[in-house]
Design a protein around this ligand. Sequence first.
Ligand SMILES: Cc1cc2nc3c(=O)[nH]c(=O)nc-3n(C[C@H](O)[C@H](O)[C@H](O)COP(=O)(O)OP(=O)(O)OC[C@H]3O[C@@H](n4cnc5c(N)ncnc54)[C@H](O)[C@@H]3O)c2cc1C
Length: 394
Amino acid sequence: MFSKKEAFDVVVVGAGPGGSMAAWAAAERGLDVLMIEKDREIGVPVRCAEGVGADVIQRFIDPDPHWISSEIQGVRIYAPSGDSVAFTEEGMGYVLERRVFDRALANRAGQAGTEVRVSTCATGLEFNEDRPCGVKILTRGTESTVRCKVVIAADGVESRVARWAGIKTMIALRDLEVTSQYLLDNVTTDKGYCEFFVGADVAPGGYAWVFPKTDKTGNVGIGVCGRYTRKRSSTDYLHSFIEGRFPESTPLAMVVGSVPVAATLDDIVGDAIMVVGDAAHQVNPVSGGGIGTAMIAGEIAGRVCAEAIRDGDVSRDRLHRYRKEWDQTYGNHQKRVYKVKEAIQKLKDETYNASAAKLMNKASPTLRDMFMTVLRHQPGIIFDVVKMFAFMKK
Ligand SMILES: Cc1cc2nc3c(=O)[nH]c(=O)nc-3n(C[C@H](O)[C@H](O)[C@H](O)COP(=O)(O)OP(=O)(O)OC[C@H]3O[C@@H](n4cnc5c(N)ncnc54)[C@H](O)[C@@H]3O)c2cc1C
C-alpha cells in the first residue's frame, strides 16, 4: 500500500474523475498502475457546482446516497426579464457531494489494484530519446522518479504534464470560462431543479447557477467569458447576483476556477502519453460540465492504454485509438455543441426575454424547444442544434 516502488506500467497524474476512471480501467485489465494526487486529500478542494447527468454516472457506477446531495428532475432557466421556464425530466441528474464521489472513484481504482499516492506532485517528465519514460515526483519534500511505459495526464485545466511532453495545450481567452462560486447556507432553492440565470448584466457570455445541495444550502456560482466582461471579475458579478437574490444567505465556502469551454485539444496522445479530462479540454462547451465527459474519456484512455501495453506498442499511432473512440463517443458531438455555444454567447437580452415569454405559454416545453426558439434567427446553427439533441437522445 505504501510502497517505494519505482516502476509501473502506467502513471496517472491527477485523481479527479478522469484520472480515477483511467486508473481503474487500466488496473482492471491487469496493468500495474500508480495514480498520484498533489493535494493532501482526494476530492478537496471542491472546484465544482457538482451537477451531473444521471445517465453518465449510471453507465459507470451504481448511484450511492453517500455521494448524492440531491436528485435533479429538471432545470429552470431565468431570462433577464425575470421570466423563467422549467424543463422537467424525471431522473435527469444529481448534485453530487464531490469530495465523497471523487474518493469513491479513487477507491474503486485502488480496489482494482492501483497504487494511490496523495501529497505527491508531478514536477516533470523523464524522457528516453523524445518519448516519456517516467514522471519526476515530489512527495512531502522528497524528490524521486517513477518509471513507466505510459503517462496519463489527468491533471485538470491547469495541466502541465501534456505541455512537458510537447503537446500544445494553449486555449483562446474566449474559450475559457472564468468562474466563482460560493456554497451558501440559508438559501431557498427550487429543490429538484438546477437553476440558470442568463443576461448581459448577470453573467456576460456565460450564466449564473443555483444548484440545490440540501433544503437550505446550494452551490451558487457564475461563469463569465473574458471577452464580454467589461473588466469586472467573475467574483464581482457573483457578489451582485447573491446580494440581489440571496441577501440573507451565509457563505460556507468559496472557490474560483476556470473551465475550458472549447473543443478537445488537437492532440490528446503522443508517444507514451495520453491526456484526459479538463487537461484535454473534454468539457461540454455549453454547460461547462466536465465530470461525465472526464469519466468517459478516462475509461477509454485506460482501456486503450491496457491494450497497447499488452501489444507492446505505445506509439502515438497505437494510442490514437483513444482519440478515435473519444470522437465517436463524444468528441464529434462536442464540436457541434461548441458551435452552439458560440451562437448562444452572441444572443441579446431581448432574444432571451422574448423566448422565455413565448415558452412560458407552451405546455411541457423541452430544452430542445428552448434552443430552437432562442436560435431561430440563426438558421446556420439550427442543423447543429437538431443533431445535438438527436445525439443526446441516443
Ligand atoms: C466553479 C466550477 C464549477 C463547475 N461545475 C461543474 C458542474 O456542475 N458539473 C460538471 O460536470 N462540471 C463542473 N465543473 C467542471 C468539473 O469540475 C471538471 O470538468 C472536472 O473536475 C474534470 O475532471 P478531471 O479529472 O479532468 O480534472 P480535475 O477534477 O480537475 O482533477 C485533476 C486533479 O489533478 C491534480 N493535479 C494537478 N496537477 C497535478 C500534479 N502536477 N501532480 C499531481 N496531481 C495533480 C489536481 O489536484 C486534481 O485533483 C466545474 C468547474 C468549476 C471550476
